[in-house]
Design a protein around this ligand. Structure first.
Ligand SMILES: CC(=O)[C@@H](O)[C@H](O)COP(=O)(O)O
Ligand SMILES: NCC(=O)COP(=O)(O)O
Length: 239
């Protein structure tokens, strides 16, 4: 079975628009857990434009499902935040400051030594590590040498190509997932997954451990309601 981790960044975006506490990010996270999600994902960016560092501290105190914190460990404040709040999983994403959204995976060959060192720090604190990678065989092979537990396949190119050509869109992900599985890496996936493309992805990557989904899921919730939406996404993962 593939776990659904709901990324709540966009709930914080809406809250921050008015500077108050509506919608309440903590309440929404607890509701999402109650509605059946297997985990909560946040990506506190250095500019705190959506999830704030305080949100991470507050969430850690109350969540009962898997807490997954995403971010770039070249920011020391991010490393400190993760170590102080010990989530079940940290997902390392090589985003620059101010980037609109994540748009590439790690070059695990070029950054192999750096990743190895920082991953060891998180792992020695009992935190599972996942690293964000493109579906490229060489990047998966080098990911293995960093000591990471999981990889997260960056699915934007799949999502972009899916409606025109699902089989072509999924092909590199099947190869990458097979390689990762052969190397003993856990497999997560995320970015632009939605109600249309999720089932096909999960069906073709049977060893998929977890998907993290935010933008499309929160958009769907505007029309369908949060409880119904969480359940619709879960249904795409159980076939
Ligand atoms: C790591 C990743 O794929 C991202 O999707 C990310 O968590 C989304 O970040 P934003 O919500 O800031 O676009
Ligand atoms: N890791 C991907 C994630 O958390 C959510 O990405 P998106 O669904 O907001 O594109």
């Amino acid at each position: 079975m593939t776990n659904l981790s709901v990324n709540i960044n966009k709930i914080a975006t809406l809250r921050n628009a008015r500077g108050g506490n509506n919608p309440d990010v903590i309440k929404a996270a607890l509701d999402i857990e109650r509605f059946g999600a297997h985990g909560i994902t946040v990506h506190p960016r250095p500019d705190e434009r959506h999830i704030t560092y305080k949100d991470v501290v507050d969430l850690k105190k109350v969540l009962s499902t898997e807490f997954n914190i995403e971010g770039n460990p070249t920011e020391q404040s991010f490393v400190d935040l993760v170590l102080q709040n010990t989530p079940k999983q940290v997902t390392l994403v090589p985003d620059a400051r101010g980037q609109l959204t994540s748009n590439h995976g790690w070059n695990t060959i070029e950054h192999q030594t750096y990743l190895k060192d920082i991953i060891a720090v998180f792992k020695s604190n009992g935190i599972r590590v996942s690293i964000f990678v493109d579906p490229i065989i060489e990047m998966i092979e080098a990911a293995k040498t960093t000591g990471t537990d999981h990889i997260e396949l960056y699915t934007e190119s799949y999502a972009k190509q899916f409606s025109a050509s699902p089989n072509e869109a999924i092909a590199p992900y099947i190869k990458a997932a097979n390689k990762a599985h052969e190397l003993g890496l856990g497999i997560n996936a995320g970015h632009d997954l939605d109600l249309q493309n999720l089932r096909f992805f999960a069906q073709h990557i049977p060893v998929l451990h977890e998907v993290s989904i935010g933008h499309a899921l929160i958009c769907d919730a505007i029309y369908l309601g949060l409880e119904n939406t969480v359940q619709l996404y879960k249904r795409q993962l159980s076939y």
